[in-house]
Write a protein that binds this ligand. Structure first.
Ligand code: AHM
Ligand code: MG
Length: 339
């Protein structure tokens, strides 16, 4: 095809870093290590349905190796891929209660990595898209010492890079290092991520809303009114689309325009999704694509985290849509305020 330019993820990252003469190349190395882990996880995800056919039994496969649950496999794979590069001082994973230290035998670096190894993993058996999410910060503790909890508990605004990988009809890695949001599709023939979505811009207003409507009766009155507004008050009602896999839901909405919500409700006053592993990285990616992410009251990335696994409500997507739901929530608060 005339004019086609193959831009690998690797080259894109390096070119981005070249624009910053002060950069040491460490962030590039970190992102490429992550893309390698993503390729291995993608291979394993694609094999998931074969487990019952090719003779895997209980916990042992035909080679006598332990068969791990895919989310545990992804968690361990990421640690193995990332702990020896010399760029990290500490990690944290949605799958592990405490921070993950870099083994003593490896060099300690200046970056901090938080990740959700396999989000939406309850969808695996139904062949529905799932994803990996990651978030990178610079350490705040002194260099050359082991990283600390404090390094992990930084506001989302301090992220230096974030990304996700969707394992869907193809495998796509989307990342931002603070200069726009870019998407790369894994070419299974080359085993390379190739630039497929440069400088993604989410439409300022969408036509899709995504949330678990089964929870309707537990919702805030403002959210109930907002959803009725989308369904009944507009000339052209919004379409409802909910996969139940946030990476896939947000990826689709980012391309087509729309809003994804995981609200607080009467049963879960902080919602379900985790600030450090899910909401902050997705917020950074969406904001870099021109969108907005809030907990209904304030920007996600301005929330000061207090613990590793804390949850916050999430409203994320096209700017105008997120502003609109915030307005409905605020108005309902005023109406229900005493006096
Ligand atoms: P997980 O981290 O246990 O996989 O849960 C997160 C997932 C999100 O991907 C998805 O948006 C949400 O849970 C769906 O939850 P629900 O089934 O309550 O709608
Ligand atoms: Mg998750």
């Amino acid at each position: 095809m005339p004019g086609t330019r193959y831009m690998t993820l690797q080259r894109h990252i390096i070119e981005g870093e070249r624009r910053h003469p002060e950069a040491t190349g460490e962030l590039s190395a970190l992102l490429s290590d992550l893309s390698l882990a993503a390729k291995v996880i993608s291979l394993e995800v694609n094999k998931a349905g074969l487990v019952d056919i090719v003779g895997f039994t209980d916990d042992t496969n035909v080679h006598g190796e332990q068969v791990k649950k895919l989310d545990i496999f992804a968690h361990e794979m990421l640690i193995r891929a990332m702990d020896h590069g010399g760029h990290l001082c500490v990690m944290a994973s949605e799958e592990e209660e405490n921070i993950i230290h870099i083994p003593r035998k490896h060099q300690i670096g200046k970056y901090v990595l938080l990740f959700d190894p396999l989000d939406g993993s309850s969808n695996i058996d139904a062949n529905v898209s799932i994803g990996t999410i990651f978030s990178i910060y610079k350490r705040v503790s002194p260099e050359h010492t082991p990283g600390t909890l404090e390094d992990c508990l930084q506001k989302g605004d301090k992220q230096v890079a974030a990304g996700y990988v969707v394992y869907g009809s193809s495998t796509i890695m989307v990342y931002t290092a603070g200069e726009g949001t870019h998407g790369f599709t894994l070419d299974p023939a080359f085993g390379e991520f190739l630039l497929s979505h440069e400088s993604i811009q989410i439409p300022s207003q969408g036509k899709i809303y995504s949330l678990n409507e089964g929870n309707y009766k537990f919702w805030h009155p403002g959210l109930k009114r907002y959803i009725k507004y989308l369904q009944e008050d507009l000339n052209k009602p919004y379409s409802a689309r909910y996969i139940g896999s946030m990476v896939a839901d947000i990826h689709r909405n980012m391309l087509y325009g729309g809003i994804f919500m995981y609200p607080a409700d009467a049963r879960n006053p902080k919602g379900k999704l985790r600030l450090m592993y899910e909401n902050n990285p997705m917020a950074f990616i969406i904001e870099q694509a021109g969108g907005r992410a809030s907990d209904g009251k304030q920007r996600i990335m301005e929330i000061q985290p207090e613990n590793l696994h804390e949850r916050t409500p999430l409203y994320i997507g096209s700017k105008e849509d997120v502003l609109m739901v915030e307005k409905f929530l605020a108005e309902a608060e005023v109406l229900s305020a005493p006096g």
